[in-house]
Design a protein around this ligand. Structure first.
Ligand code: A2H
Length: 260
């Protein structure tokens, strides 16, 4: 963060089965054989092996946008507007003059999509669920956040809270209890940096102010001292592997560059 645009990796996370409410909402709005993707923006592409869920803000409004024939992205309107100017949509206006000119299909709050099954590139889990995260910002990235509890303290704190209060959140407990894969080894926090830090700093809630500190510590330790434990670049430093994983995802058509 800070001065200038943030350069994210936007990941194409494919819908494999809609939740009942999402299926009802989308009925007649998109083709039955269309490919629909939730598109989280991440700064840590090298951690994507450990994805266990995809978070939406339950009260944030998400739009379904047509990217090309039979392909749609689910992101905030703000993100769709940015994507249009970055040449990411091949349908609709290349340089829309107003938000009315976006290739918009429908919109709904994040809560409508909770429980949808998706397939996330590189994740060891074949399918994962769309889950609610109350701390998602509507004005950052795409409004979609992929959950990597091994390396993101925010994600670990949210997953723990979701499992603890599954009924309150209207989800099945097991959706929030997928196995946490060690992705990066670090000298100070071992191979589960985020869970280690969350416990060490006695963080008990996804809204705990100490998460900012945990996030800084996890990021610098992982980036400067981390080594990959899995994947194509196993054994390499995170500093080396980060861009290689990103380029590999982009080359395979599973992700694209997105600036915000
Ligand atoms: B990161 P920056 Cl493993 N609201 O990806 C809240 N958080 C958001 C968001 C939004 N609208 N959009 C993106 N993010 C998260 C992975 C990750 C991330 C790991 C460790 C740290 C980390 C898996 N979640 O971020 O404010 C996304 O989570 C720590 C900063 O634009 C994205 O990268 O700098 C990061 O925040 C972008 O944060």
């Amino acid at each position: 963060e800070g001065v200038g645009p943030q350069e994210y990796t936007a990941l194409k996370v494919k819908v494999t089965e809609w939740s009942q409410s999402a299926a009802e909402f989308l009925k007649g709005k998109i083709e039955d054989d269309a490919n629909v993707f939730f598109v989280p923006a991440t700064l840590r592409p090298e951690t994507m092996y450990g994805q266990t869920a995809v978070f939406l803000g339950p009260k944030i409004t998400y739009g379904v946008y047509k990217v090309r024939e039979k392909e749609y992205y689910v992101v905030t309107k703000r993100a769709a507007w940015n994507m249009a100017f970055q040449g990411i949509f091949s349908s609709g206006e290349e340089f829309p003059k107003s938000q009315d000119q976006l290739p918009f299909v429908a919109e709904a709050p994040g809560s409508t999509f909770v429980g949808t099954s998706v397939s996330a590139p590189l994740s060891v889990h074949e399918t994962i669920k769309i889950l609610p995260m109350e701390t998602v910002s509507a004005t950052k990235g795409t409004g979609v956040v992929t959950s990597v509890p091994s390396d993101s303290p925010d994600d670990y704190a949210t997953m723990t809270d979701l499992a603890k209060k599954a009924d309150y959140y209207g989800i099945k407990k097991e959706w929030a209890e997928l196995e946490i894969l060690p992705v990066i080894d670090t000298p100070t926090y071992g191979n589960l940096t985020a869970p280690t830090l969350v416990k060490k700093l006695k963080i008990n809630s996804p809204k705990d102010a100490k998460l900012a500190e945990a996030k800084d510590l996890a990021y610098s330790e992982g980036f400067y001292k981390g080594t990959m434990l899995v994947g194509e670049f196993k054994g390499e430093t995170v500093q080396n592997a980060k861009d290689k994983v990103r380029q590999s995802l982009i080359k395979s058509g599973l992700a694209f560059a997105f600036a915000d």
